[in-house]
Design a protein around this ligand. Sequence first.
Ligand SMILES: *Cc1c(COP(=O)(O)O)cnc(C)c1O
Length: 394
Amino acid sequence: MIYLDNAGTTKMDEDVKKAMLKYFDEEYGNASSLHSLGQRAKEQLEIARTQIAKAINAQPNEIYFTSGGSESDNQAILSIAHMGKLKNKRHIITTKIEHHAVLHTLEKLEKDGFDVTYLDVMPNGIVDVKALKKAIKKDTVLVCVMFANNEIGTIQPIAEIGELCKQKGITFFTDAVQAVGHLPIDVKALNIDMLSMSAHKFHGPKGVGALFVKRGTPIFSLIEGGAQENNKRAGTENLAGIVGMATALTKAVKEMDKVNKKLVKLRDKLIKALLKVPHSALNGDAVNRLANNVNLCFEGIEGESLLLMLDDEGICASSGSACTSGSLDPSHVLLAIGRPHEVAHGSLRLTMSKYTTEEDVNKVIKVVPKIVEYLRKMSPVWDELEKGERKHVL
Ligand SMILES: *Cc1c(COP(=O)(O)O)cnc(C)c1O
């Protein structure tokens, strides 16, 4: 099997699995218990917190463990909204290409009287900082821009946005689920106030993540109960998961340069080869993108059919994001970069990992153009394009 859906989730690293096993077997204590088994759990929990903090240049007491990226996104946004209400500031700026964990949380806030500006992105999928600056109002309480996009891999100008928010005294939250473990991140240098991460996007386990909250930034608890996580997130800590996340992140940071060097080569090889398919286009900036991300549109086909045929060839890929696949709406990200509906439907996302090999890439380069050609032969839309009854847009 060739797994090219690493933006959806990643395979757990063997070292991560090994590090976790102890916490299912001997060291199963509850970190809140006073006996030694519990106290050892507590110690491990704090070691993991320190490791995670170090990976992004934060302090350990600025790291809150959660169940993953979605929960961290919800907690960050709802915390600042809560503060905004108290200060009578109800304007939030975000982008049209955020993950649904961000967009749906903001839609809920709109129903609650918040005013949300959804910024367009440029055709290359990058936010225009000048437009962001213009959108700031007197009552803007939060700027929420993702670090790197999960569909098209574009990397946003986080340093510039952080600097701008710092100058204006506005809280800056970034969903960095696709960036942590993949790009160097220094929350201090980048002036980030809040940042979310998720272990299963960097070869850690599913169901565990973290929220970085800069000291002094208010944080509101979504889950009431015990006093865990400094009273900001009740519930017995998922110690095995947390140790897994810390192990995975430490390893990912160590391997980052080497892995990215390899992936950039494979990425650019894939893009170059697949763009030879007539009437195709790359989605997102060619340079300012994650090393593992390839996302293309092929005119005249359905991405879903392409996926199913790739699956028959043993290749796992994606079209749009995992959350939108299965529904008929094309990806909101592809629409935001200006792809017309029918073109957005013909998209293919291939996301690699450190486990991807050159042979995997060569197979994809052989198989994809053939499948596209086959699907176009059967496509009524392609027929219209060929006959000139419909105009090519790519
Ligand atoms: C995967 C992902 C999430 C959700 O993380 P979960 O841990 O699966 O809840 C949020 N944002 C982005 C950008 C993602 O890629």
